[in-house]
Design a protein around this ligand. Structure first.
Ligand code: DGY
Length: 320
């Protein structure tokens, strides 16, 4: 079976695919044009996709009729029209669980970094502006006993809530499309409506899977209803927030600060005004960037492809 891997993945996955007898096609550069990507895909039986630059939609499937399976090197699967893939009997695999700790670590890191204005203070040191101790300057806020609102209490949201509870005794509220009673009990978390979530959270952290119908749901009207002292964290997908509205809300004082590991678009422009705000921390989509998580993702992506090649159901398949 010919597998096109859009970017080289950690050795563990490459080795598994090689040992399973796959014919691996790797691009000769890491910055494929759309044309090059499509040409490689056209010649493959399966695609192992790294990153979210390319969309696997109806036009793609029409153009690449020989592609019979897609294994994503990510837990998010918003770059694939799964409904269209399912209609064509094309299984789509993702890599859940193995990155939940790493990604929630980054959400936790951002929460603390924003609360203590880490970017602003790092920049001051680097620029040689480390001034004398000032009782009133660059004050942050403490998180002890505050309310953490989780939008999407899945595996990553659960890990974030657990850390916040253990470290800061934070109260957990959450909103999901469906209640998650098991996690609710384990965390003593309270299920609330979307409206209540945005109104009661001191920190609001997004951990949901992104669907196009949720584009920009965190917008001006939502930020206006959040607490003026609140912190907005997004480590899921940049599409969830309206970036200009977020900046406007920070400037207007509707919310206090923001931590982003995902932006819209990615990469974020270095001229984005958010980067100049003293209570904003932005990371370049590094949620899963640990050796442990990335090796786990490589293993699962390879397992998905190998299972498919044996005519089995992918162990991590997102088709309904
Ligand atoms: C994921 O796994 O979805 C990460 O965001 C990387 O794309």
């Amino acid at each position: 079976m010919k597998v096109f891997i859009t970017k080289k993945i950690p050795e563990i996955g490459m080795k598994m695919l090689g040992e399973a007898g796959m014919e691996i096609i790797l691009p000769d550069n890491n910055d494929l044009t759309r044309y090059e990507w499509l040409e490689h895909c056209r010649n493959a039986d399966a695609v192992l996709n790294v990153g979210s630059r390319f969309r696997y939609d109806r036009a793609f499937f029409d153009h690449c009729p020989d592609v019979k399976a897609i294994a994503l090197y990510s837990v998010g699967f918003d770059q694939v029209d799964v409904w269209e893939a399912s209609r064509r009997n094309i299984p789509v695999g993702n890599t859940p669980d193995v990155l939940s700790r790493a990604t929630s670590d980054v959400a936790f890191l951002l929460m603390q970094s924003v609360a203590r204005r880490a970017s602003y203070n790092f920049e001051k040191v680097k620029a040689g502006n480390w001034t004398d101790f000032d009782p009133m300057h660059a004050l942050g806020q403490e998180l002890y006993g505050k309310t953490l609102g989780i939008f999407g209490l899945g595996r990553i949201g659960f890990e974030m809530a657990l850390k916040a509870q253990r470290a800061f005794d934070m109260k957990i509220v959450y909103h999901n499309r469906h209640r998650n009673e098991k996690s609710e009990k384990l965390l003593d978390a309270h299920y609330v409506s979307f409206d209540e979530l945005i109104e009661v959270s001191d920190v609001l952290s997004i951990h949901a899977n992104f669907n196009p119908d949720q584009k920009g749901i965190f917008n001006q009207s939502v930020f206006k209803r959040m607490k003026p002292g609140s912190i907005f964290i997004n480590t899921a997908r940049g599409g969830f927030h309206q970036q200009d509205d977020l900046y406007g809300a920070l400037v207007a004082g509707d919310i206090w600060g923001a931590g982003l590991d995902v932006t819209d678009p990615e990469p974020m422009s270095p001229d984005d005004p958010l980067l100049q705000h003293s209570k904003v921390c932005v990371l370049p989509h590094i949620g899963s960037a640990t050796h442990e998580a990335r090796n786990g993702m490589a293993r699962i992506a390879a397992l998905n492809i190998i299972a498919f090649s044996h005519g089995e159901i992918m162990p991590y398949c997102v088709n309904p």
